[in-house]
Design a protein around this ligand. Structure first.
Ligand SMILES: [Zn+2]
Ligand SMILES: [Zn+2]
Length: 380
């Protein structure tokens, strides 16, 4: 297995505390990979950058970020090489950074006129990976809910593959996700609703959008639990035996498209485009945070706004909390519909599926819902 090979090549028995050269080594390799990938994107922007994202790019800023990860890979590599006996992480990071520099580094010019033609979202993968890692990994390492859980816990590589799988085909998935909503809005011809809603104060619109999205999400999510055929797809998301930010990206592509597409239908009917874009940023952040291995909680806010502990109870394999806590933003939606379970101050003991085994690995899980003839009822 790939994960085992990577662990053997890059791991060792040394300590992983700060000052041991472990984190600097991991960061060096990580920054090196990002830098190399980004420079490859600069060389082949037509096929490796998402046409959906290009209009939002500020290239001067992007080039600065690429420069920063190259320098970061080299600096972290030097620190790790000095502190740690096994130097393979540091050498990998520095070699990748050197490779990126030799390929032209951050200053590779883009001379071609880019068209919307077929492309894979390598740029989106690298950018979101960098952003999410910078935001969530430090808080998970510093203040974990489960301190014994490593960043490189079992199946971490599988979840990186899932993260890839939702980012690379962005052109196809965004087309499929937008299709039902755009068709409906043009058929129903109800643009006046969004126009009227657009006159409300921005914050009111935004909070309303979160509410509408979470109500739609609640019922779609609950259907994924209650309808056996749909559960086969959603079981993949629940197969993680340990949660952290990247575990949240483990979801079958079909589920991903159905959930996002389903939520967008009411959103596009009711809200102006700018609010929907703001919501997409917000949900990307909030849903990822809800999966974090992050212990601190703002207690007074718990009944009103979802923090990681609430969604962790949704992922437990303990029977008392199965088919509970479907909401992703507002916990009181579960209270209203009778699916709320939130014991005071406790975190679950176990995670994953209850009495159901699914294959390991991306492709095994991809075909799992399609190949199984008869699914047992959810959590039977
Ligand atoms: Zn679920
Ligand atoms: Zn989840």
């Amino acid at each position: 297995m790939l994960e085992q090979r990577i662990n053997e090549i890059f791991g060792d028995d040394g300590p992983t505390r700060f000052g041991s050269g472990w984190w600097s080594g991991v960061l060096s390799a990580f920054f090196g990979l990002l830098a190399f990938g980004a420079v490859v994107c600069l060389h082949f922007p037509q096929v490796l950058s998402s046409p959906e994202l290009r209009p939002y790019y500020r290239m001067d800023l992007m080039r600065l970020v690429i420069q920063a990860v190259i320098v970061g890979a080299i600096l972290c590599g030097v620190v790790s090489a000095m502190l740690r006996k096994k130097k393979v992480l540091a050498l990998t990071g520095m070699t990748l950074a050197l490779g990126a520099t030799l390929l032209g580094g951050a200053s590779v010019p883009i001379n071609v006129e880019l068209t919307a033609g077929p492309a894979i979202g390598l740029d989106w993968f690298l950018l979101d990976m960098l952003l999410m890692t910078l935001i969530f990994s430090p808080i998970e390492v510093l203040w974990p809910a489960y301190p014994q859980q490593s960043v490189f816990r079992p199946q971490w590589m599988n979840d990186i593959v899932y993260f890839l799988s939702t980012h690379l085909p962005i052109q196809i998935t965004s087309f499929l996700i937008l299709l039902p909503a755009t068709q409906l809005t043009s058929t129903l011809n109800v643009a006046f609703i969004a126009e009227a809603v657009g006159k409300l104060p921005w914050l009111v619109q935004f909070l309303l959008a979160i509410l509408v999205a979470d109500l739609a999400q609640y019922w779609i999510h609950r259907s994924f639990h209650k309808i056996p055929f749909m559960w086969r797809f959603h079981a993949i998301h629940h197969s993680s035996k340990a949660l952290d930010w990247i575990a949240g990206s483990r979801a079958h592509l079909v589920e991903d498209v159905v959930v996002r597409g389903g939520i967008l239908i009411p959103m596009m009917l009711i809200f102006p485009q700018s609010i929907n874009v703001a919501y997409l940023f917000f949900v990307n952040f909030h849903a990822t945070w809800a999966h974090c291995n992050f212990g601190p909680t703002i207690k007074w806010l718990e009944p009103y706004f979802i923090q990681p502990r609430f969604h962790h109870w949704h992922h437990t394999s303990q029977v008392e909390s199965i088919d509970k806590n479907f909401a992703i933003h507002f916990p009181w939606i579960d209270r209203i519909f009778g699916t709320y379970y939130f014991p005071k101050d406790r975190w679950p003991d176990t995670y994953g599926l209850h009495q159901e085994n699914i294959p390991f690995g991306f492709w095994g899980q991809f075909f799992y819902p399609l190949w199984r003839r008869k699914a047992p009822p959810p959590h039977a």
